[in-house]
Design a protein around this ligand. Structure first.
Ligand code: PGA
Length: 258
């Protein structure tokens, strides 16, 4: 963790908690995260819960994000949701290019770039997800994959270096498997991403928060977040209850005081 950047802990609820239980969790998280004033806590419920959760977190220190968007602002795109719609629902953030979208819904680097552009144009802060597959890591191609994925959005990010945004490094083999990257592997990837950002803009590299994602829990959060280039976490499974999520943003807050 680098003190110059405020830690960001984002919860990706995926296709869970779409109804009244979303409001309950949001309410509990607003209370639980109150003492963690040095950390940005963001929750990303499914689309159906966004508006209701927005009224729960409005005016609190908890931010709201969506999990996906369509790059066009409106039109004949059945089933899709645009950046202006997410803004109207109360979002400040949006996850873009999550590996599940890349794997199961055909999101390409080019489409991820379009979505990133649309988010920034609408003044929504993108959390752009990148990360290698297990076979790519085993073949020694991790940095090559990250370079390709970062380069797809680099010009867009560099054109808006002051805009709030984040990159989430999520090794695909670590997502939902209970097998997080080691702190050393995470730091290597994050430092590499920072170098790529710096090649386009020093301001960008200094400002963008690079989050780690993939089996983050209360047990490993402190070690991962202590790495100099890890500025926060994107948390899936462990963001679904206050008991599991609180130790993660709590660890981030404690590190800012240490
Ligand atoms: P996980 O998911 O924390 O359950 O591994 C992370 C993510 O997919 O963003």
């Amino acid at each position: 963790m680098n003190r110059a950047r405020r830690p960001l802990i984002a919860g990706n609820w995926k296709m869970n908690l779409g109804g009244p239980e979303a409001i309950e969790l949001a309410e509990a998280l607003v209370k639980a995260s109150k003492p963690c004033a040095n950390v940005d806590v963001v929750i990303c419920p499914p689309f159906t819960a966004l508006a209701a959760v927005a009224s729960e977190v409005d005016g609190t220190h908890v931010g709201l994000g969506a999990q996906n968007l369509h790059p066009k602002t409106s039109g004949a795109f059945t089933g899709e949701v645009s950046a202006p719609m997410l803004l109207a629902a109360g979002c400040q953030w949006v996850i873009v290019g999550h590996s599940e979208r890349r794997q199961f819904f055909g999101d390409t680097d080019a489409f991820v770039a379009e979505k990133t552009q649309a988010a920034i144009a609408a003044k929504l802060a993108p959390i752009v997800c990148i990360g290698e597959l297990e076979r790519e890591r085993e073949a020694g191609h991790t940095l090559q994959v990250l370079e390709r994925q970062v380069n797809a959005v680099l010009a867009i990010l560099a054109a808006n270096p002051e805009a709030p945004m984040a990159i989430a490094y999520e090794p695909v083999w670590a997502i939902g498997t209970g097998k997080a990257a080691t702190a050393a592997d995470a730091e290597e990837a994050h430092a590499f991403v920072r170098k790529l950002l710096a090649s386009a803009s020093e301001t960008l590299a200094a400002r963008v928060r690079v989050l780690y994602g993939g089996s983050v829990t209360g047990a490993n959060a402190r070690e991962l977040l202590a790495c100099p280039n890890v500025d926060g976490a994107l948390v899936g499974g462990a963001s679904l209850t206050v008991e599991k999520f609180e130790p993660i943003f709590g660890a981030a807050h404690a590190l800012t005081l240490s």
